[in-house]
Design a protein around this ligand. Structure first.
Ligand code: PHB
Length: 399
């Protein structure tokens, strides 16, 4: 489905969902599960929060990490945010807006949550923007990087604790232009995030004198065999590759890059999602040498990260990821905002969100910028083998 039809579909659904919201009295009905008035906003009352993450599709592993990070923060705070018991309602975003938009609308209109957190896919985030803007409910995006969400289509009700696609990829451009003297081939998943990751990288890479050998987008969620694309890369004579893939797609791309014989000859760069967490574990040593930009690494040497690493590893029985950190930080943001807000109407919450200040995160301290996006440090990472385990070593800071 093209972008236009997704938007018109989500606009129609948004209209129906808003009508349903009006019929239910704008969220002032009794919340049976907590016994408190949903949207009543009495401090000490339970608060209902929606968590929208992919529990199915190629991004399911990402959704699982994000949820585990959010849950860890909750568990560390006796199940409370802003001193209020949290009634967490989790919904499946699936693989994109067709599933994610109706799931979010159900959280707001039927479950009557006070805010929704989560959203992994950029296309879902774009499809949800108008619904949250019009229903005046806060949406805290904990992953999806769609540039316009905190740019041209910014809304006072939509906040982002993660990154924007253009920023995380632009951070890498100058470093690659400096390291690679020849041409770079650009390849990504064919949807909003892939396009924006490539555009962000290309802009700073070319501005720094870099040359592009070719550009290709592969069908999102459907490509398992990357051979034809790897062949095209080899034919182009590129000296290096910049790629955006995440989750299950990242596993296949990096493994096949090595099997095809490109690894070691044609340097592979990307945004850090390419070699993150479960993807890196599945790629193993096939990923060694891949260099990426990201706002987190398990290898960050800070007290906040060490504390988080220990607690997450204990709870989840695996190392954390950037997605887990984003989930954890989103809960931290809500904790501060709910403590500050007078009532939990959307307007009270967004007023409080503007006052949360600096978040002391495992990624390093960050805060919201004027566009309600995370302002943070990006790191240059390189996959190295540490005692047989592949890790994203931090090799520098990016401007
Ligand atoms: C996105 O769609 O914005 C997206 C998805 C997965 C990632 C990063 C960005 O790892």
């Amino acid at each position: 489905m093209g972008a236009v039809s997704v938007f018109s579909l989500s606009r129609t659904i948004a209209g129906l969902a808003l009508a349903a919201l009006a019929l239910t009295g704008c969220g002032s009905s009794l919340d049976e599960s907590s016994g408190s008035k949903a949207g009543g906003g009495q401090s000490g009352d339970a608060v209902k929060i929606g968590l929208l993450v992919p529990l199915s599709g190629v991004y399911a592993p990402i959704g699982e990490d994000l949820r585990a990070g959010f849950q860890l923060y909750l568990d560390q705070h006796n199940g409370k945010l802003g001193q209020r018991k949290v009634d967490l309602v989790t919904a499946d975003e699936g693989e994109g807006p067709q599933t994610g938009v109706p799931a979010a609308q159900k959280l707001v209109t039927q479950d009557q949550v006070s805010a929704v957190a989560g959203v992994v896919n950029s296309a879902t985030a774009l499809g949800l923007r108008d619904f949250f803007d019009e229903s005046k409910k806060p949406l805290l995006i904990a992953n999806a990087g769609a540039d316009d969400i905190t740019g041209a289509r910014k809304s006072q009700y939509v906040w982002r604790t993660s990154f924007s696609n253009g920023d995380v990829s632009a951070a890498l451009g100058p470093a690659v232009a400096e390291e690679v003297k020849g041409k770079v081939y650009l390849i990504a998943a064919d949807y909003a995030a892939g396009k924006e990751m490539v555009a962000g990288f290309r802009k700073t890479f070319e501005a720094a004198g870099g040359k592009v050998a070719g550009e290709k987008y592969t069908p999102f969620g459907k490509t398992q065999d990357f051979q034809p694309y790897l062949s095209a890369i080899r034919k182009s004579g590129a000296d290096a590759v910049f790629a955006f893939y995440a989750g299950a797609e990242a596993v296949n791309f990096v493994k096949q890059y090595k099997q095809f014989g490109l690894a070691g000859k044609t340097s592979l760069y990307g945004t850090g999602f390419l070699t993150e967490g479960g993807a890196l574990a599945a790629q193993g040593t096939a990923a060694v040498g891949v260099k990426t930009s990201l706002h987190y690494s398990t290898e960050l040497d800070s007290a906040a990260n060490k504390k988080f690493l220990g607690a997450y590893q204990k709870a989840a029985k695996k190392p954390p990821t950037v997605y887990a950190v984003q989930g954890y930080d989103t809960a931290a943001v809500l904790d501060k905002a709910l403590a500050e807000a007078s009532g939990d109407s959307g307007d009270a919450l967004v007023k409080a969100l503007a006052k949360v200040g600096s978040i002391d995160s495992p990624r390093g301290a960050w805060k919201f910028d004027a566009d309600q996006n995370a302002e943070q440090q990006f790191y240059l990472r390189e996959v190295k083998s540490s005692g047989g385990t592949a890790v994203n070593a931090v090799v520098g800071e990016l401007d």
